[in-house]
Design a protein around this ligand. Structure first.
Ligand SMILES: Nc1ncnc2c1ncn2[C@@H]1O[C@H](COP(=O)(O)OP(=O)(O)OP(=O)(O)O)[C@@H](O)[C@H]1O
Ligand SMILES: [Mg+2]
Length: 251
């Protein structure tokens, strides 16, 4: 593994009984990059994340994170699950510190860090609130902060904005790019929204229908920082067209 790679998959495959969820897949992810993954429903995207996180053991192949072979859930990634629900009976602060509570107990430092990120990223006034008193976008921010405070260099985000309306989603995308830049993490981001995959990423991986495999790996030519103007940039439109054709054929 070269010095700049944080994640490497070597021929990782996974089946559930006779269902092949993931064909042998190899992949390298550069440290600090933002990589989006798009693909049809059921093509194995969440399975891929579960294998990287060590929640699922691959049938074959190996996952390396920062030069370590992943064996089981050794807490080597920050993972925001597709259905990452907040605990309704806990405050924003307690939700953000949840990983520590579940593993080793919450320290004053954990609380300070939760308050710091909440203040830095626009939720400082809501630390004592419960999830029901937040908007959908705010709840997703809390779920993301919960992932961020684990301090893992690699963050796996599985359709974090899937349930949001288009306008809130755009706001969240801009917000996420700001956090990503400041927090200097590596992000793998699953989405069904091709615009979102291009707006956010350095690279877009396209997966085939089940059995899933990576059929394309596009370098994103758009420079950063990005404003909403990129959405109408010719290079954006061209890349979007290529991805849509791969996902839906030419018809
Ligand atoms: N724990 C499991 N047991 C059995 N089959 C599973 C399990 N998890 C996933 N599968 C199957 O593996 C395939 C891939 O599922 P996966 O959740 O990875 O898809 P996905 O690409 O994330 O889909 P979506 O975009 O709808 O979230 C599906 O056919 C699914 O039914
Ligand atoms: Mg999924």
């Amino acid at each position: 593994m070269s010095v700049n790679e944080l994640l490497q998959l070597d021929n990782v495959a996974k089946s559930f009984g006779s269902t092949v969820a993931l064909e042998p897949t190899s992949l390298s992810i550069e440290d600090g990059s933002f990589v989006a993954i798009v693909g049809p429903s059921g093509c194995g995207k969440s399975t891929l994340f579960n294998v990287i996180a060590g929640l699922l053991k691959p049938d074959s192949g190996e996952v390396h994170v920062a030069d370590q072979v992943v064996t089981g859930t050794s807490g080597h990634v920050g993972y925001m699950l597709q259905k990452d629900l907040l605990m309704p009976w806990r405050t924003v602060e307690d939700n953000i510190t949840m990983a520590a509570r579940l593993t080793r107990g919450v320290t004053p430092e954990d609380r300070a860090e939760a308050r710091r990120v909440a203040h830095q990223y626009g939720l400082g006034e809501f630390l004592r609130h419960y999830p029901h008193a937040l908007s959908g976008g705010m709840r997703q921010r809390v779920a993301f902060m919960r992932t961020l405070v684990t301090r893992h260099p690699l963050l796996l985000l599985d359709e974090p904005f899937g349930a949001l309306d288009a306008q809130t989603r755009l706001e969240m995308q801009q917000w996420l790019l700001q956090v990503w830049k400041e927090a200097q993490r590596t992000v793998l981001f699953i989405t069904h929204d091709v615009d979102e995959s291009i707006f956010l990423s350095d690279r877009v991986l396209v997966m085939s229908p089940r059995p899933g495999r990576i059929i394309a790996d596009f370098a994103n030519p758009l420079e950063r920082p990005r404003s909403l103007d990129v959405l109408t940039d010719l290079r954006f439109v061209e890349l979007k067209s290529q991805i849509l054709h791969l996902l839906h054929g030419d018809s």
